[in-house]
Structures are given as structure tokens and as C-alpha cells.
Design a protein around this ligand. Structure first.
Ligand code: DC
Length: 229
């Protein structure tokens, strides 16, 4: 694989997407939001009224559905059967159901292949998810793992949803985040965990720009030697 890859992994609400998007822009790389691939399959299966816990039923949906993931500026555009679903995949009902897809090894294998195929089309990619540095791109040039306090992550999600006109109770969000962490960390395939060679960044008290600056400086220093900016 000749693509130059930086991976950013970490739990929900840690600021991965924003940081990955900004870092990609700064490095003139393509941004791959792998959560969007899990969300797209979830939404397609929900729309086709498939039983999400039935892996075979979801595989059938995947075979019968045309998914297109397009790099458009700093957004990964998601088209399902010709329809733009970039916004729809963010619906809280999709967020609640995505664990069924994420926990199924057979579905993960398919999505991992899809993510690798997407990246191979470009020279430079910044990818973001849970298993990017460990499973999907173990040979990535740079790997980061972001963490943050669950209450702070819930607060960020709350602000995001509010800005999108969706009212959700803060307490419910904290509960969902803790639940999603547990299911992300405990699954047998592609669990949420840092790659041994990943750089850990705690984002609780740093904003997205600060996080991007840390990552950019790290990459720059490794590539050009310390002291050069
Ligand atoms: O980052 P996000 O909230 O859009 O991700 C949606 C879900 O997809 C999340 O609950 C975990 C799962 N996911 C995953 O299992 N592996 C990835 N590489 C990305 C996301």
C-alpha cells in the first residue's frame, strides 16, 4: 500500500472528527471518517427494515445496496442508492443502532476492506475511527489515540446535537457514551484500544486547534527533524 497514512483513533465525542478533518486540511490529505461507513450500513439496514442483530440479513442488505463514499472538500459524502445521506447517518437513532454493525466480525471485515480500498485511491489520507492504527492500517506512518473525560465528551456531543437542532438530555448522553465505550472496548474484533506505537493525546482540556497543532508538530518534527517549522 503506497498511500501515506495518519490514523486517529479514540472513543466517541473525543474530538476525533474535527481534529482529523483539520489535520487533513493542513497536510493536504484526504479525510476518511470510518464511523460514517458503519453508520451508512446501519441506516441502509434500518431503512430496509432488516433485523440488525441478524448478520446474514445485514450482509444481504449490503449486497443489495449501492454505497458511495466520496471525498468532497473536508467532508466524506455518503450516498446510499443514489441518495445523499451525509446528514441522515448522524441521526441519534442510527447512533443507537450502530453497535449491532460494529460488533459483528463478518460485517467489520467487509467494512475494513472498503476503508482500505477507499484509502488506496489517494496519495495521502488522514483516517479516523476505533481500529485504524491497530487493524485497518497497521503500517500507517503516524498513529494518534485521543482520550478525554466522559462528561466532557458528552458535553461536546450535546453542543453538536443542539447546533444541529436536536434536543437530547445531557444525562442520557453520558449514559450512552459510557455504554458505547463499553461495547467498543469489549468486542472481540477491532476493539477500541491504542496501537502500541500510537501517540496518546488527552483532549479534555485542549480544543481542536490545540490537538491539531500537537499532531502537526509531532509529524513535522519526525519528518524534518526537531527545530524546523
Ligand atoms: O465515530 P462515530 O460516532 O461516527 O462512529 C459510529 C460507530 O461506529 C461507533 O459506535 C463505533 C463504530 N466504529 C467502529 O466500530 N470502528 C470504526 N473504525 C469507526 C466507528
Amino acid at each position: 500500500m503506497n498511500t501515506w497514512i495518519t490514523t486517529i483513533d479514540g472513543p466517541a465525542g473525543v474530538g476525533k472528527s474535527t481534529a482529523a478533518r483539520m489535520l487533513a486540511q493542513r497536510l493536504k490529505a484526504v479525510f476518511l471518517d470510518t464511523g460514517a461507513t458503519y453508520r451508512a450500513v446501519t441506516l441502509a439496514a434500518m431503512r430496509k427494515k432488516a433485523d440488525l442483530s441478524d448478520v446474514q440479513a445485514v450482509i444481504t442488505v449490503m449486497k443489495q445496496t449501492r454505497f458511495e463514499f466520496m471525498h468532497e472538500g473536508d467532508v466524506l459524502k455518503v450516498i446510499i442508492d443514489g441518495q445523499d445521506c451525509t446528514q441522515d447517518i448522524r441521526d441519534p437513532r442510527v447512533t443507537q443502532n450502530v453497535r449491532h454493525i460494529a460488533a459483528a466480525p463478518k460485517l467489520r471485515t467487509r467494512l475494513v476492506k472498503l476503508q482500505q480500498a477507499f484509502a488506496s485511491r489517494f496519495d495521502k489520507v488522514v483516517t479516523e475511527g476505533r481500529d485504524q492504527g491497530t487493524v485497518v492500517f497497521p503500517y500507517a506512518q503516524f498513529k494518534f489515540f485521543l482520550t478525554a473525560d466522559p462528561a466532557e465528551r458528552a458535553r461536546r456531543r450535546y453542543e453538536e446535537l443542539k447546533a444541529a437542532g436536536k434536543e437530547v438530555e445531557f444525562e442520557t448522553l453520558v449514559e450512552q457514551i459510557v455504554q458505547r465505550d463499553a461495547s467498543d472496548e469489549n468486542r472481540s474484533v477491532g476493539p477500541l484500544k491504542p496501537a502500541p506505537d500510537a501517540v496518546l493525546i488527552d483532549t479534555t482540556a485542549i480544543d481542536a486547534q490545540g490537538v491539531v497543532q500537537k499532531m502537526f508538530t509531532f509529524i513535522h518534527e519526525k519528518q524534518h527533524g526537531k527545530g524546523q517549522k
